[in-house]
Design a protein around this ligand. Structure first.
Ligand SMILES: Cc1cc2nc3c(=O)[nH]c(=O)nc-3n(C[C@H](O)[C@H](O)[C@H](O)COP(=O)(O)OP(=O)(O)OC[C@H]3O[C@@H](n4cnc5c(N)ncnc54)[C@H](O)[C@@H]3O)c2cc1C
Length: 244
């Protein structure tokens, strides 16, 4: 039976639209290419970045400000694996919340890459390669955006890390904090968020001079030295990066 509405993409734009449409009585489906719902914001954007910013802020307060306020807890130790787990739990709760709301509001979810092949026809290619064509009266494209790439710069998630890499992999995150020679090409407030999280864990890690408020992509930074924090050389501290 054809749908009234198919929403392609389940980020904040897509899932709110789909849920509201279903509440208003439309037979609605969401097509999502990723394994979980919630798009950039819930999986690799707002939620994980705020979880890591919050945790790193507390770490900085505990290390640098508590003493002055008469709270003596000694030098805090960072357990990166536990911090990433804290972030993962936040993400997990949120994406499951969207799945719950889909179910509750009778929004059908279909996993795969959606493509409009004709008016009122959405082809969905599943992970196993199988395709199906769904019919619908209306289509909403809510496919969001992806990490912007700069020509000639390969985001390897090791030396050059995207916000997606930094929020989803402790290896990339750890590399971003500890690399001895790095430049911050943050072109947005989001990149600046990641860099401030990095700085908090390594006092020597500083944003290079020249970065404007609108980002430092127009001011490629000179490499600078950053001391590897002691926790990073210890596997027990949760750092996946071998000392090189
Ligand atoms: C690090 C970071 C931090 C951020 N922090 C904040 C914040 O604090 N506050 C704030 O307001 N915003 C924040 N944002 C921005 C916010 O994440 C985006 O504005 C928001 O996610 C956009 O929602 P959307 O639904 O338009 O797209 P997205 O969230 O990008 O969702 C699009 C969805 O469509 C899916 N999709 C794409 N193509 C297809 C296809 N062909 N078939 C099926 N599915 C497809 C994708 O897999 C994805 O799930 C942040 C972004 C980043 C990167």
């Amino acid at each position: 039976m054809p749908y009234d509405l198919i929403v392609i993409g389940s980020g904040p734009g897509g899932y709110v639209c789909a849920i509201r449409a279903a509440q208003l009585g439309l037979k609605t489906a969401v097509v999502e290419k990723d394994k979980t719902f919630g798009g950039t914001c819930l999986n690799v954007g707002c939620i994980p970045s705020k979880a890591l910013l919050y945790a790193s802020e507390l770490y900085e307060e505990a290390g640098h400000k508590f003493g002055r306020m008469g709270i003596d807890i000694g030098q805090p130790k960072l357990d990166l694996a536990a911090m990433m787990k804290f972030k993962d739990e936040g993400v997990d709760g949120n994406v499951k919340g969207v799945a719950f709301l889909f179910k509750k509001n009778k929004v059908e979810s279909i996993q795969g890459i959606g493509r409009i092949v004709a008016p009122g026809k959405v082809e969905v290619k599943a992970g196993d390669g199988k395709t199906q064509v769904l019919e619908t009266k209306a289509i909403v494209i809510a496919t969001g955006s992806d990490v912007a790439r700069l020509k000639g710069i390969d985001i390897d998630e090791k030396r050059i890390v995207s916000s997606t890499g930094a929020s989803s992999s402790s290896t990339a995150f750890c590399r971003a904090w500890t690399t001895r020679s790095a430049g911050n090409f943050s072109a947005s407030s989001k990149g600046r968020e990641s860099s401030s999280g990095c700085r908090r864990r390594s006092p020597q890690w500083t944003r290079p001079a020249g970065g404007s408020r609108r980002g430092s992509s127009r001011h490629p930074a000179a490499p600078w030295k950053s001391s590897r924090p002691t926790w990073c050389s210890s596997p027990s501290a949760g750092c996946p990066i071998p000392k090189d």
